[in-house]
Design a protein. Structure first.
Length: 175
């Protein structure tokens, strides 16, 4: 036994074990010593619970719909529709991601998607589907995707509120 700060601590090997008493000792029942005058009640099994289908399921609280991580303008939706139509029915959408490159760290990538990627976030707007790669999700949350045509270029543009900086040509950004 140890005393520390007014508390007694016993080591497991030193804990006394009380001797077995008559009340603790296991007993056996001799069938000849039973009182025959009392009627015996046959043992029965309790009734089975009703099948799970009969119990009402708890109503789950309605969940608030999650905001899409990416917003698309009408021009972006229109251009994606054109691109998907030119590729045929095997392409079900486009996949948006980010890649480390450029003078500011990250740039956007877009590829055609023929199957739904398992862990991608799916954004459906105006009949088009954009899949956002899991690794890009935190970089594009709240971003507005647009499509712009000028005399010098035709490109998708991204208005990203998370971007802390962007290179002069607009090719890359950092967060």
């Amino acid at each position: 036994m140890e005393v520390e700060h007014g508390q007694v601590h016993e080591h497991p090997s030193q804990v006394p074990i009380p001797p077995a008493s008559a009340s603790n000792a296991p007993t056996s029942i001799d069938s000849s010593s039973r009182d025959k005058s009392k009627s015996e009640v046959p043992l029965t099994t309790p009734p089975s619970p009703p099948p799970a289908e009969s119990f009402p399921r708890p109503s789950s609280s309605p969940r608030r719909p999650r905001a899409a991580p990416l917003q698309l303008t009408e021009r972006a939706v229109s251009r994606i529709k054109e691109l998907l139509a030119s590729k045929g029915p095997s392409v079900i959408g486009v996949r948006l991601g980010t890649k480390r490159r450029g003078c500011n760290g990250l740039s956007y990538t877009m590829n055609y998607a023929e199957t739904r990627p398992k862990f991608d976030e799916e954004v459906q707007v105006g009949g088009v589907t954009v899949f956002v790669e899991p690794s890009a999700l935190m970089h594009v949350v709240g971003t507005e995707m647009d499509y712009e045509e000028t005399e010098l270029s035709r490109e998708f543009t991204f208005n990203n509120p998370n971007a802390k900086g962007q290179c002069g040509c607009g090719e890359s950004f950092n967060v």
